[in-house]
Design a binder for this molecule. Structure first.
Ligand code: ZN
Length: 171
């Protein structure tokens, strides 16, 4: 295990050599993830293992751990999200290789350019973030919910009101 994550990685060469790397990635460097976050403070612990499996497939097995803050969609205050991700990417050069990839791999298209580590991390984090983050068991957030309760009751009663209205209009 090498305690260093380079900026860029020649994925196929590294997988051919068989290497394990780890390091930390500051959230502030994940440009594509930042719009989804409430704060850019903090960092993620990242581990990459690159190699060739017995079937000859070049792969990147990874793990990402750390806390991020996203905005609760009920009260709009930050809510902590703990990431503990593992993933297994098959390194493919074209669509034919992608189609032939065994099911337990996600495809990662390798280009001539060495891959940016922050791009790989960003993709995995974006996939893992909840679409609608919400506080759980937070009294302040639940308080906001209670304020909406009367409206919910009104909506529930409205079908009867509509029915009554229809009956009056009938000849
Ligand atoms: Zn909330």
């Amino acid at each position: 295990m090498i305690d260093h994550l380079p900026e860029r990685l020649d994925l196929l060469a590294t997988a051919g050599a068989g290497r394990s790397l780890r390091g930390s990635v500051p959230l502030a460097r994940l440009e594509r993830v930042l719009p989804a976050l409430a704060s850019s403070d903090g960092e993620l612990q990242v581990e990459f293992e690159l190699g060739r499996d017995p079937g000859g497939i070049y792969y990147l097995a990874g793990a990402i751990q750390g806390d991020v803050a996203v905005n609760c969609q009920r009260c709009l205050e930050p809510v902590k999200q703990t990431l503990d991700l593992t993933f297994r990417l098959g390194l493919v050069k074209d669509e034919a290789e992608m189609a032939a990839l065994p099911e337990h791999y996600e495809a990662l298209l390798v280009t001539a350019e060495p891959a940016r580590v922050v791009d790989i991390v960003s993709d995995e984090v974006l996939l893992a973030l909840p679409l609608v983050p919400l506080h759980e068991n937070d009294s302040r957030c639940q308080g906001v919910l209670k304020e909406y309760q009367p409206q919910a009751d009104a909506v529930r009663e409205s079908p009867f009101a509509i029915l009554a209205g229809l009956k009056q209009k009938q000849p």
